[in-house]
Design a protein around this ligand. Structure first.
Ligand SMILES: C[C@@H](O)[C@H](N)C(=O)O
Ligand SMILES: C[C@@H](O)[C@H](N)C(=O)O
Lengths: 158, 158
């Protein structure tokens, strides 16, 4: 399948919250997102990598206007279950590379990460699926990151 | 926007590899996935949550027949950069809940996690976007997890 990039989008409207050292057993993700949902926070990305030594870390993003409510909810959750104190950023930049053929081109991810590295941009969060690569970087690096990715994929961009 | 669930899919064809304690600076994600790409491994999901104390963890999934090559590549990468020894599972179960209106219904994630928790299923990886919730669980819990989610969302499933 040919690689076709349909869009490279930059979203600067979100914040992110991260909680580490969450006990890695059934029910904790449910508890966190029930509390987040009850606080009226609309979550966009949720990311969790596999844990180690019985603990896992979760990051999630939300509209900036809900950042305070999300951080407050995460603090209460962490105290209740004994996880690490949450960290957060009021504004991050989410970059989304969407297209077809991504799945058979693992080099798309390698190329995107390589381009960002050469521009000195640190990748904070990654969440990919077969049709989309989502990367979160620091808020003040978003525009530079978007330009870098558009240059990298200009041949494949329709 | 109304919540409509279009599909709940179970994919039992993949394995996963996780690397912890990766130095959280530009270039490391690029290095890993260039090596993975050169090893001819087609990656499906890549997930990284925000790091702590200058270190981050990354998990990725691939077809089971590439599991050995992926684990070997990850071991070499970890030795070269001084990350933690990688862990892996030859077979995991990936559950994908796709639909429209997910973004405005954070309770979809909360409901999915709640249903899995009540079935005693531990969530190993999470990667969500506005149109899809992907969850990875242990290989032998996949069918039970899929049935649990189909029951939970039967009202909204078209
Ligand atoms: C860490 C969290 O995802 C936990 N494994 C759960 O299933 O809820
Ligand atoms: C951990 C890894 O993603 C690193 N932050 C990078 O940018 O490559």
């Amino acid at each position: 399948e040919d690689l076709v990039i349909e869009s490279i989008a930059l979203d600067e409207t979100q914040g992110r919250v991260t909680i580490g050292d969450i006990p890695d057993r059934p029910g904790l993700a449910a508890k966190l997102f029930q509390q987040v949902s009850r606080a009226g926070v609309n979550v966009d990305m949720i990311v969790q990598s596999v844990g180690r030594d019985g603990k896992a870390a979760m990051s999630f993003t939300m509209p900036q206007e809900s950042y305070e409510a999300a951080l407050e909810t995460a603090r209460r959750f962490s105290r209740e279950i004994g996880a690490a104190a949450p960290s957060g950023e009021r504004q991050v930049a989410k970059l989304s590379v969407s297209g077809t053929g991504l799945k058979s081109h693992v080099s798309v991810a390698a190329r995107a990460f390589r381009a960002l590295a050469e521009a000195g941009v640190n990748v904070e969060m990654i969440s990919t699926s077969e049709v989309r690569l989502n990367v979160v970087v620091r808020g003040d690096e978003g525009r530079r990151a978007a330009e870098t990715l558009r240059r990298e994929f200009q041949e494949e961009l329709i």
